[in-house]
Design a protein around this ligand. Structure first.
Ligand code: ADP
Ligand code: ADP
Length: 229
């Protein structure tokens, strides 16, 4: 079953002199327990769709369905609750607080969550049980991104949304970050969508969705095995 669905989602930005149609009526399902990769050239609308799926932005037209509700037309307050309780975000740059250790960065989120796991457990899941008391500057880029993943999943979100999580990393480190996302997906069953420019990274997902010019032009399954549900 689909956990989150976009239905004929259109997005027009009117911030510049001419309107930009970033999404031209997109349909996408994120299926329970799957990792979906969003692949495509820069400017094809991937981030716009991810932000809309995560309740960071609203579509101009169309629906975003989660547990029977349309997120697209929810109140600002309902959207805040949706993001807080159901969505974990990971971005290209880690946005860790430099003066806090890995454990403390994760604890900031678990303190306000309804059903969190201990920060140590989240960090162990991403392979950082030995880095709990390290500060961000003492960690490599790949490790910092794995702390950001631990922070995103420690509240046990239904959906993990990652915007170019490997974009700032070399390919070997990027694969390790993807392996951490796979572990989270396998152990917790977290439904995941991630944006990438890298076809090799995309092939580690269960399903790959190809974007071009504000539309989905193709979707294919990779043959990666999914966690039994
Ligand atoms: P991708 O993630 O595939 O690189 P984006 O979703 O970031 O694509 O961008 C899709 C299109 O929307 C691009 O033409 C981009 O310039 C435009 N765009 C994105 N965000 C904004 C914004 N806040 N205001 C105006 N145009 C935007
Ligand atoms: P990964 O491949 O998981 O990113 P590395 O093997 O690159 O990890 O790094 C392991 C360790 O090396 C880090 O914990 C850190 O102690 C040190 N290190 C590597 N890169 C950096 C960096 N840019 N700044 C500080 N420490 C680093």
């Amino acid at each position: 079953p689909a956990v989150l669905s976009a239905r004929t989602v259109r997005k027009v930005y009117r911030t510049g002199e001419v309107p930009v149609e970033a999404l031209r009526g997109v349909d996408l399902d994120l299926f329970a327990g799957e990792i979906t990769a969003l692949l495509g050239p820069s400017g094809s609308g991937k981030s716009t769709l991810l932000n809309i799926l995560g309740g960071l932005d609203r579509p101009t037209e169309g629906q975003v369905l989660f547990q029977g509700d349309d997120i697209a037309t929810a109140s600002d307050r309902a959207l805040t609750v949706y993001r807080r309780d159901h969505i974990g975000f990971v971005f290209q740059f880690y946005n860790l607080i430099p003066s806090l250790t890995a454990r403390e960065n994760v604890a900031l989120v678990t303190e306000i969550a309804a059903h969190p796991m201990p920060p140590e457990e989240a960090l162990a899941l991403v392979g950082l049980a030995h880095r709990l008391d390290h500060f961000p500057a003492q960690l490599s880029g790949g490790e910092q991104q794995r702390v950001a993943i631990a922070r995103a999943i420690a509240k046990r979100p239904d959906i993990l949304l990652c915007d170019e999580p490997t974009g700032a990393l070399d390919s070997r480190t990027g694969i390790k970050v993807l392996e951490a996302i796979e572990t989270v997906n396998r152990e917790l069953g977290t439904t995941t969508a991630l944006i990438t420019h890298n076809a090799g990274i995309a092939d580690m997902a269960h399903r790959v969705v190809h974007f071009a010019d504000g539309a989905i032009i193709r979707t294919h399954a990779t043959g990666q095995r999914k966690r039994p549900t």
